[in-house]
Design a protein around this ligand. Sequence first.
Ligand code: PEP
Ligand code: MG
Length: 962
Amino acid sequence: MLTLTPDAVLLGQSAGDWREALDHAGSALVGAGLCDTAYARALFDREAQSSTWLGNGIAIPHGTPESREAVQATGIRVLQFPDGVAWHDGNRVTLLVVIAAQSDEHLDILRALTHVLDRPGVAEQLASADSAEAVIALLSRPPVTARLDEHTVAAGVPAQSRQGLVAMAAGRLLDAGCVGPAFMAEIMAAAPVALGQKLWLVQGQQDVQQPALGVATPAHALDDTAAVFCLAHPGGADAETTRAWQALLDRVLELLETGQGAQLATLDQARLLGRLAGEKSDAETARVRVRNAHGLHARPAKQLVQMAREQSVPVRVRLESGNGEAVAASSLTRVLSLGARRGQMLVFSAEGEGAREALDAMAAAVRDGLGEAVTPLNDTSEARPSRNHITPVAPEPAPEADRPLMAVPASPGMSIAPVFVMRLPTFDYAEHGDDAVRENERLDQAIHEADEQLAALIRTAGGDEVAEILSMHEEMLEDPELREAAREAIGEGMSAEAGWWRAIDTSARAQETLADRVLAERAADLRDVGRRVLGVLCGVRMPDPPDHPYILVAEDLGPSDVARLDTRRVKGILTARGGATSHSAILARALGIPAVVGAGPGVMALGNDIEMILDGVRGRVVAEPGSERRARTELSIREHDQRVREAYETRFESATTLDGHHVEVGANLGNTAHAEDAVSHGAEGIGLLRTEFIFMAHPQAPDHDTQVVEYRRAFEALGPERPLVARTLDVGGDKPLDYWPVPQEDNPFLGLRGIRLALTRPDVLETQLRALMVAAEGRPLRIMFPMVKDVEEFLAARAIFERIVAELYPDTHQAPNVQLGVMIEVPSCALLAPSLAEHVDFFSIGTNDLTQYTLAIDRGHSRLSAQADGLHPAVLQLIRMTVEAAHAHGCWVGVCGELASDAQAVPVLVGLGVDELSVSARQVPMVKSWVRRLTLDDARRQAELALTRATSAAVRDALEAL
Ligand code: PEP
Ligand code: MG
C-alpha cells in the first residue's frame, strides 16, 4: 500500500485551464523522479480517451498502459487547487491525485478515494486544507471493511442445538482472524436473541479486530432455528466503523423484511451469501474472475458501468470474498469501491426478464478484459465452483454390514483386516502472540525440528518415490516465501502457530485453484508439511495405531502419513477423499499397499476394529463381511498371491488364449527411460507413449534434436520388432503447458485440447512427427492423434504427416514401417468409426476419456469418479462399434485406458474383439496371464452378457456371478 508523505502534497496550486493543471501534475511526477516526460505526455493521451474525473472535486490523472515503461517508481503526487479548475468534461476539480503506477498499487489509492467521495463535505475540506498533513489525514484513512464471506459463513453444520450453531458462527469469526478468544468467551455466555422467522442473533464487542458477521445454518432441521448470526462489533468505535457493522446488521434485517428467514437453512453456502447480499430467491447470478492485470481500475470499471447501464434490467455486482456487499453495477464509484484485483471473483446478479442475457453479457465483457488486452487465469473454478470449495457436509452413516461400497481404486491388491480410523488431532493454540521476536524464534525452531524429522524419514523411507516426495516436503519447508508470509502474519500480532497456518493455508488455496489437477493436488503436500510444523509447535502427536495388522481409514492422508506407515502392519488404505492421482495414492502404489480412495465421509463413522475387505483393484470395500463373502475373499487372496507369482514367472510368454487367439499386451509409458523396465516385465511393445510428459518435463518446447534423443531411447529398449505407439502431444484443457498458454475456458475438458490444440500450431506437430520418424529409423512406429472427434480432424492431421513424409522420403513418399491411427476417446468417433476406419491403420481406445465423455462424469471428480466405470454398457457398446468397423476395414484395435488392466474387463474386451491391451508396466505379467486362462468363446460369452446389462454395477454383478 502506498503511503502519502507531506512532500507528495503540493498545496495552493493555480492553473488557467485543465491543460495547465495537468502540465503541473506531470511536472510534479517528473520532478520527483517517478517517471520521465513520456509518461507526463501520456497523461493527456489518457485524458483524451475518457475523463479521469472521479467526483467530489477530485480527478485522478494517470498514464496509458503503453506508457508504463516510462514509470521509474510507483508513486503519487497530490495537487491542491483551492480556486478550482474547469475540467474538460465540464466538472470542477479542486484536487488532482496524479498517479505513476507500475503495478496495481494504485487500486488502493482509488479505493481510499472512493471512500472520500462518499463523505459529505470532504471536498471542501480538501480544497481549503492548509497543511499537507491535513490533506493526508483526509485522504489516507484506510477504509474500514467488514467481513461477511465464505470464511465467516458455515452452511449445513451438523449441530444438534442452537448453541452448537452459535459456537460454529463465532468459531468462524475466530478462524477468519476477525475476533480473539475473549470474544468467544463473551459469545458463549450471551443469550441469543430471537429475530423471528427462526433466526437468532448473538453479539459481542470484546476482542474484536474487525467488524464481521458469522453465520451458521443447521444440516438437519432444528425446530426453532433456521440460522444463527453472530455479530462482532468493536465497542466505542468511530462513526465509520459503526457504519460498517450496522451495514452488516442491515443485511439481516432486510432478509427479515422480505420474509426469507426460515428458508435459509435449505441453502448452500454460495446461495446463503447471495441471499445476504440482497439477491432474491429467483435472482440469476454469473461468476467471473477479473482478468485485467491491474484489476478493475478506473478505465475497465467505466466500461463495466457503461455495459451495465445498457442492460434491460438492473445488475448488481459483489466480490465473492470481502464484505459480501453487492453494489449497483451502474455506479462507477460503487464499482471502484469494490477494489477488485486480478484473480478475484465477481458475482453479478439480476432478476426478471432478460436477466440471464444481461448477466451473460456482463460476464463476457469482463472475460474479454473490458477494453484491455488480458491474459488468461490458470484457473477453472468459475465453471466448477464445487471443485475448490468444500461446503461442510452432514456426516453420513457408516457403510452397511456386508454391503459393497464402490469408490476409486488407487493401488491394487486385496486384504481383510480390522480397521483403524485415524481422526486427525485438533491443534489448540492461541491466535495471537505478544512478542513477535519470540514467536518467530519458536517457528524457526519448529521448522528446524520438522526438517530433522523429514531427514530421518528419508533415511528410513522405502523406495525412491517416497524419498523423492519427502525431499519435496523439505524444500517446501525451506521455501523463503512461505516463511516470509508467516513472518508477516506474526508481525501483525499472530502467534507462531496461527501465522504459520495462515501462510500454509493461503498457499494451499492458491495451489488448489490450478487447472492442472496433478499440480492442484500438491495442496495436500503443503498442508501435510504445515501440520508437521504445527504438531511440533503444539506438542501434539498423531494417534497411535494398533500393534496388529489393520486397514487404515482416514479423511485423507498426507504423503508423509503414508511414508510413515509400517507396511508390515498396514494391510490397506481407505480414504474418504482424494483421487487416484494424489500423492498418497502414488505412494501407496510404490509401497505395494492396496488402497481405495474417495469413498465418502461415511467411512469416518466406522468403529475401530470393525472387520473390512478392501479390494484395491476394483475400488471397493465391504465392512463387516458375512462369513461366506469372507471365506470367498480369503480364498481369492490366496489364489491372487499365487497367480501374481506365477504370472511374473511366465511374463515373457505370449498372451494367447487356451484356444490359440493371440492378444498383444503392451505398456503405457510417460517417460522413455522406463522402456527397458517395461520390456523386462514382458511388454510386447509400448502401447501408449504419452509424449506430453516429455514436453512437460522441459521448460520450453523440446526441439527436434531433443525429441529424437527421447524417442530413440524407447526404440533402442524395444529392439527391432516391438512396436512403439506414440500419441502426439495431448495438452490443453486440464493439462496446460506453461509455455503454450491457452485462453481461459469454462469447460477445459470440452475445450481446446488434444488434436484441436495441436492443429492450431502445425509447426509443433510437424517437429514432433519428424522427430518420431527420424528416431524410428524404420523400426515399427505407430502414430496416433488424441481427442479426435471425426474424420475431418484426422485428415487435417494426416495432411501434416504426409507433408513431413514427403520431405523425409522424397523418392517414395512412403514412411517405412509407420502406421497412422486415432485414439477413440470422444463418443462421436466411436459412433462414426466406419467413416474413420476407411482412412486409418488402427484405433486405440482411450477408455479413461471415452468413459468420461460418455457418462458425463469428470474423471477426476472427487465424489463422482468412482461411477466413471468403463465397464458401463454404454461404453462397451461404443467399443463394440469401434472394433466391428475396424475389423471390417482390416484395422487393428487396442485399448490403452485403465480398463485394459481391470480383471473383470479383460475377458470382456477380448470377447469384443480387441487386438491389443496396453497397461502400466507392472501389470503386464498379470494381464497376460488373465488372457492365457481364457478361451475366446468364453470371452465372447462374457462380452455378450455384459452388453445385455443396464448399468456398470449390473455388468460387474453378472460377471462376478459367472
Ligand atoms: C485415455 O483417455 O484413456 C487415455 C489413455 O489417455 P489419457 O489417460 O492420457 O487421457
Ligand atoms: Mg485421454
